[in-house]
Design a protein around this ligand. Structure first.
Ligand SMILES: [Mn+2]
Length: 317
């Protein structure tokens, strides 16, 4: 297995540990080298395309394209690694790959502008998780009559075959922690969404089909100004880790609605807040881990890495 030091060396100095966000876990977490790619918010390359760094929107498209080139360079490196490691390398995109709440049209316009990026992501056999900004892909898939290809949560096993890590976007914590604050704005629809998120396929199609209208309406309100990216005072680190310790404990005890018991689960990997962090929390004799992998918008260039018992947030370039 490629460990973190080997990964950094192979990158030729392009990948470095972000801040001091690196640790060795008390148990084995993954059997593969796992790379988690956070929020990208791809748009149509207009002035509000956050992937191209909207804060520098006055610059020429050529100058702003440097950010895209950096990302493609990162994907090129992963593609090379994938050729060698094959199934021993796993890529997970953590949601908000598209920014459909700012998009002018459907996904086709975004896809036509980012054929290179999206083609490479597919070639890497990326596992895609759904975020609040690309949640509307559900409608898109439904209209095309094809299956919903994104996951709520993606799970990873360690060498012993035990599920010890899960990946999800992270808006789930946001909803759960801010229900009171948003009561009256969103009301009981939040409860439905949080409830629905405890389910895993195959039921998810049916659940989303029945509650799509309320979910869609809720997310419109949510994304109009209540997300932590626009309102950073609205959330804090403790809320997030406490939420995930709670979720993981439920899985460990088999108390989830999908009747899964995952007694070795200890680590949650998310994006969503655009603020990288790596938090450890001992609780009831177990050490829990939460990694927020940062973002690839407004100049962010971070990603998460887990290999064996090693965990880090890194940056590229
Ligand atoms: Mn998000």
């Amino acid at each position: 297995m490629v460990n973190i030091d080997e990964f950094l060396t192979r990158s030729g100095g392009k990948a470095t540990v972000h801040k001091n966000f690196r640790l060795t876990a008390e148990q084995e977490l993954t059997e593969k080298l796992a790379i988690a790619v956070p929020d990208m918010h791809l748009l149509e390359k207009g002035p509000n395309d956050d992937f191209l760094d909207a804060q520098r929107a006055k610059q020429s498209l050529g100058e702003r394209a440097a950010h895209e080139e950096r990302f493609v360079d990162f994907l090129d490196f992963l593609t090379e690694l994938k050729t060698e490691l094959k199934e021993d390398l796993e890529i997970v995109q953590l949601g908000d790959m598209y920014d459909l709440w700012q998009a002018r049209g459907n996904t086709n316009k975004i896809e036509s502008k980012y054929t290179n990026v999206l083609g490479l992501m597919d070639k890497l056999q990326t596992a895609y998780v759904i975020g609040n900004h690309d949640f509307d892909l559900w409608n898109y898939y439904k209209k095309k009559g094809i299956t919903f290809k994104r996951e709520w949560r993606h799970y990873a096993k360690n060498k012993a075959g035990e599920v010890s890590v899960f990946y999800e976007h992270g808006f789930q914590a946001d909803f759960a922690n801010n229900q009171e604050r948003w009561t009256g704005v969103i009301g009981r629809e939040i409860t439905k969404i949080v409830g629905a998120m405890e389910y895993i396929e195959p039921d998810i199609d049916l659940i989303l089909g029945n509650t799509w209208d309320s979910i869609s309406r809720t997310f419109s309100i949510y994304n109009a100004g209540l997300t932590p990216v626009k309102d950073p005072a609205g959330f804090n680190t403790h809320e997030y880790i406490n939420h995930y310790v709670g979720v993981i404990e439920k899985y460990r005890n088999g108390q989830t609605d999908d009747h899964q018991q995952l007694p070795h689960l200890v680590c949650a990997v998310i994006g969503h807040t655009h603020q990288a962090r790596l938090v450890t929390r001992p609780h009831n004799g177990v050490t829990y881990y939460l990694m927020d992998c940062g973002s690839w918008v407004n100049g962010g260039h971070e990603f998460g890495i887990i290999t064996g018992n090693e965990v880090a947030v890194c940056q590229w370039g």
